[in-house]
Design a protein around this ligand. Structure first.
Ligand SMILES: C[S@@+](CC[C@H](N)C(=O)[O-])C[C@H]1O[C@@H](n2cnc3c(N)ncnc32)[C@H](O)[C@@H]1O
Length: 332
């Protein structure tokens, strides 16, 4: 879906904004899954089952119907022509309207230079962690597992930088019964999500979660012996260039036993016309511009590895939504 859709009228644009929030809510409340699994839904029954207010729940489905995500006849709802694609990309909506809503709501203040000092913006890191768990599943996982399965050593300890929900570590531990894992994240709410997920998977005793800024963290005993380093959807926080080179060097020193570093991230889109932007690229790039976070191109990344002490072994160009790439690195 691009903004060049035939329904590109001001009413459609306006109603799409309401529908975007409704998609996040419908995912979180289980309505998208129910429609997917059962093919229809009765709003009164759904509201009763989930203890929801009926007029407000009707409003949610009306918003979805306004842009053909569902079709509605009174309280009977069925999937519409955009349902399958919305279901696939629901995590992008969640990232935007749940995780990053505050950024876009406060756009006027956040654009003013005098306000762009210190810790000037806020997002919902638990919501971002949940959204990223699913974004990762379809934007990175097939290529990530291909890289993991191709490793020429048996992983004994893995560290995930910016671990978010902890999902990557949990899945790795499930596949590598003898291994242990370290998750590092700057946001306590994300670590709480990870802690809960590790406990639910029965893996709490094999996972250590550390609250730290990857760019400045100090050496700790848990980092010794880590032979696989992963970092997904946060590498852009290493930038600008000088700080990125410095962080790569620090990581090399902090993880002296790392044999492979799998670094996956979105990269800045180049040469896409504004009207042809796919879902997510605009929100991701605009959101990071508001936060003042530089998003490197794949070429920018390739220019820092050697200087940062890492050799690029392989590059997986995925490019599903925002120029996703996975770089396979080893210590120089
Ligand atoms: C977009 S989420 C990705 C989460 C996870 N890597 C995944 O693949 O689902 C980015 C995560 O990195 C964390 N993060 C951002 N900057 C960080 C930093 N400097 N140090 C540690 N964690 C950071 C955020 O709190 C967030 O949980």
């Amino acid at each position: 879906m691009t903004t060049g859709d035939p329904g590109n009228t001001v009413a459609y644009i306006y109603n799409s904004a309401v529908a975007a929030s409704a998609v996040s809510a419908a995912w979180e409340l289980g309505a998208l899954d129910q429609l997917d699994q059962r093919g229809s839904l009765d709003v009164h029954e759904f509201a009763a089952d989930h203890r929801l207010d009926v007029p407000a729940t009707l409003g949610l489905f009306r918003a979805l119907a306004s842009v053909d995500i569902v079709h509605r006849e009174d309280a009977k709802v069925v999937p519409g022509p955009h349902f399958a694609e919305t279901l696939r990309t629901r995590s992008f909506f969640h990232w935007l309207t749940r995780g990053s809503a505050e950024l876009f709501r406060r756009m006027p203040e956040l654009l003013r230079e005098e306000n762009r000092v210190g810790d000037f913006h806020r997002r919902d890191s638990a919501a971002i962690a949940r959204a990223c768990r699913e974004i990762s599943a379809f934007c990175y996982d097939p290529w990530f597992w291909e890289a993991v399965d191709g490793l020429d050593f048996a992983v004994s300890a893995v560290a995930d930088l910016g671990c978010g929900s902890g999902d990557r570590l949990i899945k790795l531990l499930e596949r590598r019964p003898g291994a242990r894992a370290v998750g590092v994240d700057i946001a306590r709410p994300a670590l709480d999500v990870a802690q809960e997920a590790a406990a639910a998977a029965g893996l709490a005793d094999r996972v250590t979660l550390l609250e730290a800024d990857v760019r400045t963290m100090e050496a700790r005993p848990e980092l010794a012996g880590v032979d696989l380093l992963t970092c997904f959807m946060m590498g852009h926080d290493f930038w600008p260039r000088d700080r990125c080179v410095d962080t790569l060097r620090r990581l090399r020193a902090l993880f002296p036993d790392a044999r492979r570093f799998l670094l996956g991230d979105a990269t800045r889109t180049v040469g896409v016309a504004d009207r042809d932007l796919p879902a997510f690229a605009l929100a991701f790039e605009c959101g990071h511009d508001i936060m003042g976070t530089f998003i490197p191109t794949a070429g920018d990344w390739e220019s820092v590895f050697e200087e940062g002490g890492w050799r690029l072994l392989r590059k997986h160009s995925i490019d599903i939504a925002v120029g996703e790439v996975i770089f396979e690195l080893e210590r120089l």
